[in-house]
Write a protein that binds this ligand. Sequence first.
Ligand code: RIB
Ligand code: CA
Length: 306
Amino acid sequence: MNKKQVIIDTDPGIDDAVALAIALFSSEIDVKLITTVAGNVGLNHVTQNALKLLKFLNKDIPVAKGVGAPLIREIMDASSIHGETGMEGFIFEEPDDHLLLKEHAVNAMREVIMTSKESVTIIGIGPLTNIAMLLTMYPETKTAIKEIIFMGGSLTRGNSGVMSEYNIDFDPEAAKIVFNSGVRIVMVGLDLGLKALILPEDSTEIKEMNKVGDMFYHLFKRYRGGNMQNGLTMYDSTAIAYLLRPDIFDVVDTFMDVELTGKYTKGATIVDLEGFLNKESNATVCVDINQIEFKKWFLTSIKKCI
Ligand code: RIB
Ligand code: CA
């Protein structure tokens, strides 16, 4: 079967790193390009982290540096979660920059999409700034994009604001552009990541699997302040899980948008599960996940990272 043609837009980020490794070692995915976007930490750090990870994984995938700040809002960061560099906990070799393209991420995305023989899936596991810029600057790409699967948003409460999830809260204007672009979107929200927990015994199992598992174990000891006891939220891996195992998700096709002006609700994703707004569906929204199947898939996927 043909491999899925994929661009991954990312802000590594410890959970991004796991999602990237799983995608890169999957026999079903052809990662054509990795693009970096400011999010968890600044653009230079996330770009260096992507290059360091590729060197450690020995994967020669082109990397293109993207946008370094939200379209309008003030920049923020999640260094308290991922560490100052964004991937604290493990000492990576300094990357050689031969994989770093000179083109801006948005131009590199357009090039891949417009020259691909098959439609391309974009996986967004950071703020949606790059993807919004792509759809705005190059609308001709829309018909060549199969779908945009993004980790972001929430059906309930937030992890960045009272009602807002970090990736969307970082750049809600970018999210609005993507949600209203006409390109099919798949929302894999915070609620799923909170269920897809990696427990301490899982982390111990991962540590013994292979050198990649050992590296992740060291990152996990730093992730979210190092509290592994309550389980680790592998948010970004749920987006890769949807790409490869949509069968373990419950989904609803419905209308969704993002709040921009609420006094307390800026960045909140409005998912109209009950159809109150009578608007045409623009999204496939994940509403539940089979936790046991996700865990099995996750552990099997890390085992393949050799
Ligand atoms: O809210 C979780 C998301 O924000 C994940 O993508 C994590 O890496 C951070 O970017
Ligand atoms: Ca991320």
